[in-house]
Write a protein that binds this ligand. Structure first.
Ligand code: MLT
Ligand code: MN
Ligand code: ZN
Length: 304
């Protein structure tokens, strides 16, 4: 399977357009577009994991996603959504010129994209869009009939809903957010993509146990870095409510990485502009590397 980190920033990107903090205004730091991962079983057809508001720039920047070989052909075959957040779904609107794609998402996410953010009815006027419900735990396959395939499974992560869908049904413990595990049956390569981790979910250790690579939520370095976040009993207040485990601290993900088997490659994505790790020269970036993880730039490509 081929893997391309098309975008590695959280909502707003890096630098963020309305932020004049020292990091966002520092010259020379590599820009990051909003989070999206592209995978391909055969190097010809590609599937986007999340549809970033930067999808147009990502397609134009990264050669594997470029239009062709026919004059109106595209290698994009479908989109898998981990959640309904705007930074993961706005790109669907920007893909409307393509004539339609297959989209996989859980029922709550498909519901939000029909009601609160009616992207499904909007894009359906422009092409042949197919929407498939993902049932967590039930594997299915991506790929062309008769060609190379990828096996996919979704693991429920949390019931964290987007702000715009705060009043949406179903509430409680519905799978609003999932992680995906993709396996290439020919090479045996396993990739896990989990850009939105409100907690270390039950079953996640098993999901990553045989993974060659885990692409992980790297939104925040610490629990209190978001401007305006209030420290309270649950630690992190407004920031914690956003549903992203920090890298460091008592329930930080870096400790999990340190304890994991060395054969797994851990890559952080969805980095917020407040996260000092976006600066490759920072002490925090060095700390990530020392723990055995990476925060690679947009455009990073590899095979599993
Ligand atoms: C998130 O990842 O928590 C959301 O994308 C935040 C947002 O931009 O609304
Ligand atoms: Mn986000
Ligand atoms: Zn900033």
């Amino acid at each position: 399977m081929r893997v391309l980190l098309a975008g590695t920033a959280a909502g707003g990107g890096f630098p963020q357009w309305n932020c004049a903090c020292p990091r966002c205004t520092a010259p020379g730091l590599p820009h990051r577009t909003q989070d999206s991962l592209a995978v391909s079983p055969d190097g010809r057809g590609w599937y986007l994991l999340n549809a970033s508001p930067d999808v147009r720039a990502q397609v134009l920047t990264h050669p594997p996603l470029a239009a062709g070989p026919g004059p109106r052909e595209t290698p994009l075959r479908g989109v898998l959504l981990t959640d309904a957040e705007l930074d993961h779904t706005l790109g669907l609107l920007l893909l409307r010129e393509g004539g339609g794609l297959r989209v996989w998402a859980t029922e709550p996410v498909l519901g939000a994209l029909a009601a609160e953010f009616p992207v499904r009815s909007l894009v359906s006027r422009y092409g042949d869009w197919r929407w498939s419900a993902v049932a967590p735990g039930e594997p299915w396959e991506l790929g062309e009939p008769g060609g190379r395939r990828l096996e996919v499974t979704a693991l429920p992560v949390s019931a964290k809903r987007p702000k715009y869908a705060a009043a949406a049904e179903p509430a409680a413990d519905a799978p609003w957010v999932v992680a995906y595990r993709l396996r290439d049956p020919v090479t045996g390569g396993v990739l896990v993509y989990a850009p939105c981790l409100a907690r270390w979910p039950e079953g996640f250790d098993a999901l990553v146990a045989d993974a060659d690579c885990v692409v992980l939520d790297g939104t925040f370095h610490s629990a209190h870095e978001l401007p305006g976040a209030t420290a309270d009993a649950v630690g992190g207040g407004a920031q914690r409510a956003m549903g992203h485990l920090p890298m460091v601290g008592p329930d930080g993900t870096l400790d999990r990485v340190r304890r994991a088997r060395p054969a797994t490659r851990w890559l952080y994505t969805h980095l917020n502009n407040t996260n000092p790790v976006v600066d490759p020269g920072s002490a925090e970036h060095a700390e990530v590397r020392a723990a055995g993880a990476e925060a690679p730039p947009d455009g990073t490509e590899f095979e599993l």
